[in-house]
Ligand binder design. Structure first.
Ligand code: AMP
Length: 502
């Protein structure tokens, strides 16, 4: 299958060729002709499958005829996070460079004035996070009567983040006669219920996850005392051939502390977390993507979907509390078939979390020792995870010496082929694919708990109330999961305001 066979016009084909894409990915091959026909799509696909081009390319084609009126966008794309919304806007710029289309990005944290000016001029494509869109709509700055195409992207993430009531309200503002494209990485019953409500006779398209990160990522865990983690990280970074790396912490506060510490020790680092202003977040990410900083210390806001070309390493400064976050984090490296490296620093009390990760990824992750540091052993998992290591009275002694990074590699391939050896290690013993059914099991578990247990510490801040008693929207800045079916906000139950499904 070639792009030429999909029914796209020469200007779009040229933009694709300029990007060096040889052939459509499976989701593109299946979705593009269907979208061009004007049919609804229910797509089960993850990031990394090329799904963004799967909907942006035909949208550019469809929107190329017609003009936008002031404040009346012709299409709407809903994204759960600001970073994903920005990434989709970038895709429009890339794929639509030969099309004369305008788009606006409506995300929290950006100036209302600039966004309103753009809307006043008329936009063909509006890319938005739900909260900011509702705010603008309520202030009468935007009319949705002309939206002919709606894309709901990452629906499962919307559910996790408690955005479904907002999405329902938005859908209720749109014309009933429209084309809807709905994408989700998983199809839990709640997601399917939503899809049934929003879509009309959709074409169902399901593609397998991209080669899971774990198949191209060399993974290892170093167990060290909590107070030695910063030293351990510095040693790891120095001993590894790090081109660029994300360093994940579980809490925003720790992102700041680690960023300052690394900078003080002369490392070229930036940081990203949900408490930063949106311009600062955007600028940091751009700087890191341009290669102007080698290390980015971040919270899980950077874990999902971000596409950073050729990221060589992911370091988990903290073991994530939710096993699926581990998969998302390490999935930032080892993309597009390249080899990646993911090192996790575990404290002795992290036993339970490491066990959950190993269960999820379907195998043991090799332990390594860090040169010059005394290692430790993981607890069985019954002890509570404490802070600062003080709780670890009677902590288990290290049972046996852990191999160093290179020893693990040497065990597979002798020294001269060390670089190859890393790869061999990955192929031979460390490739830990994440079976699809594990992921859906995991998502089922999340749904049952209303999404709440998915939120990391950063995301467990109480959702602030406005004076009118409504919940203050802050898009992806860390909200507890008010999941669909779990709690329906009062405003949704008010007569005449409930969003109508078509
Ligand atoms: P996505 O799943 O939409 O986030 O896309 C993941 C990555 O795949 C992005 O970096 C795209 O630029 C890239 N990509 C999308 N479609 C193709 C294609 N047909 N050939 C090569 N790369 C692609």
């Amino acid at each position: 299958m070639t792009f030429e066979e999909l029914g796209l016009s020469p200007t779009i084909l040229q933009a694709i060729a300029d990007l060096g894409y040889q052939q459509p990915t499976p989701i593109q091959a299946q979705a593009i002709p269907v979208v061009l026909m004007g049919r609804d799509v229910l797509g089960c696909a993850q990031t990394g499958t090329g799904k963004t081009a799967g909907f942006t390319l035909p949208m550019i084609e469809i929107l190329s005829s017609g003009r936008a009126k002031a404040r009346m966008p012709r299409s709407l794309i809903l994204e759960p996070t600001r970073e994903l919304a920005t990434q989709v806007a970038d895709s429009f710029e890339k794929y639509g460079k030969n099309a004369n289309l305008s788009y606006a990005l409506l995300i929290g944290g950006e100036s209302f004035v600039d966004q309103e000016k753009k809307l006043d001029r008329g936009v063909d494509v509006l890319i938005a996070t739900p909260g900011r869109l509702i705010d603008l709509f309520e202030r009468g700055k935007i009319l949705m009567n002309d939206v002919k195409i709606l894309v709901i992207d990452e629906a499962d993430r919307m559910l996790d983040m408690g955005f479904i009531p907002d999405v329902e309200r938005i859908v209720g503002m749109l014309p009933k006669l429209r084309q809807t494209l709905f994408f989700s990485a998983t199809m839990a019953p709640e997601i399917r219920r939503l899809a049934d409500a929003f879509l009309m006779n959709p074409k169902e398209i399901s593609v397998s996850p991209p080669a899971t990160a774990a198949t191209t990522v060399v993974q290892a865990i170093a167990v060290v005392e909590t107070e030695q983690k910063r030293e351990a990280l510095r040693r790891l970074i120095r001993s590894e051939n790090v081109t660029n790396a994300l360093i994940f912490c579980n809490r925003k506060r720790d992102v700041e502390i680690l960023f300052k510490s690394l900078t003080k020790h002369g490392f070229d680092a930036v940081r990203l977390h949900g408490d930063m202003s949106q311009p600062a977040r955007t600028e940091t990410l751009e700087k890191f993507k341009r290669g102007e900083a080698r290390l980015m210390v971040c919270s899980d806001v950077a874990a999902r979907g971000l596409d950073i070309k050729g990221l060589s390493h992911v370091f988990n400064f903290d073991v994530p509390m939710h096993a699926e976050d581990y998969v998302h984090r390490i999935g930032r490296t080892g993309r597009a078939g390249r080899e990646g490296h993911a090192f996790t620093l575990a404290a002795p009390s992290d036993g339970k979390y490491v066990a959950a990760i190993e269960k999820l990824v379907g195998g043991a992750i090799p332990r390594i020792a860090i040169e010059g540091l005394e290692g430790a052993a993981l607890s069985s998992g019954r002890e509570a995870r404490g802070r600062g290591g003080r709780h670890e009275r009677g902590r288990p002694k290290q049972e046996k010496r852990q191999p160093k990074v290179d020893e693990v590699i040497d065990a597979v391939v002798p020294h001269p082929e060390r670089e190859v050896g890393r790869h061999a290690m990955l192929e031979a013993s460390v490739a830990l694919p994440l079976p699809a059914e594990k992921e859906s099991h995991l998502n089922r578990h999340q749904r049952r708990s209303g999404g709440r247990d998915h939120q990391d510490a950063e995301q467990q801040a109480p959702r602030p109330q406005r004076r009118d008693g409504r919940v203050h929207r802050n898009d992806d800045a860390g909200l507890p999961g008010l999941a669909f079916g779990d709690h329906t906000p009062a405003f949704l139950l008010r007569r005449g305001r409930t969003s109508e499904a078509r």
